[in-house]
Design a protein around this ligand. Structure first.
Ligand code: SF4
Length: 178
């Protein structure tokens, strides 16, 4: 069933770049996960989709083992200059929306697929963690970094750039599936 998913379907969602890769290549690293502890994004220990609630690096490895296919999907925006915050914010919004569409598409082929996002989950104004269960478990995606993946290296393995040059901004996510 998974071979019915095509790069063209993902590009049609709006992504600038997409490439299939072998999920066995993914390298889940404790040192990457440990960067979350610095809590630069203010989600650590406050969100179901982030550490520690999203599970350990060992659990990431176990989850990923189940999958035979993966796709890397990227939104690349061209900035007027390095202060073009409007385009930066639009790119983040575009990538989130596209990623949700991509997850829907992948789930239509493999309902148990594993989407890994970019950034923490901010669907709810205030996350229910830790008092109540997640309100939207089907839409709350854990980021690649929180799984322990060094995104730049994983993009390279998929044959894609992480950075497409001066005055560009790229968001990368991936989906594992069978
Ligand atoms: S969907 Fe809401 S409750 Fe669930 S992780 Fe995201 S912010 Fe938290």
């Amino acid at each position: 069933m998974s071979n019915e998913l095509t790069i063209e379907q993902f590009l049609a969602i709006g992504f600038e770049h997409a490439a299939f890769f072998d999920p066995a290549q993914l390298d889940f690293r404790q040192d990457v996960r440990d960067m979350c502890n610095a809590d630069k994004c203010s989600h650590f220990g406050k969100n179901w989709a982030c550490p520690p609630a999203c599970g350990s690096v060992e659990q990431s490895v176990e989850k990923a083992k189940k999958y035979t296919h993966a796709i890397m999907i990227q939104t690349t925006a061209r900035l007027e200059d390095s202060f073009d915050f409007e385009t930066m914010m639009q790119a983040a919004k575009d990538h989130k929306e596209r990623f949700n569409e991509a997850a829907k598409l992948a789930r239509s082929f493999d309902p148990d697929c594993l989407p890994m996002g970019a950034g923490g989950c901010n669907i709810c104004r205030k996350c229910t963690y830790p008092d109540e269960p997640c309100r939207f478990p089907d839409r709350a995606f854990t980021s690649m970094e929180a799984y322990g993946l060094y995104v730049a290296a994983e993009c390279k393995k998929a044959g894609l750039e992480y950075n497409y040059g001066p005055n560009t901004l790229t968001y990368s996510s991936c989906i594992l599936f069978n």
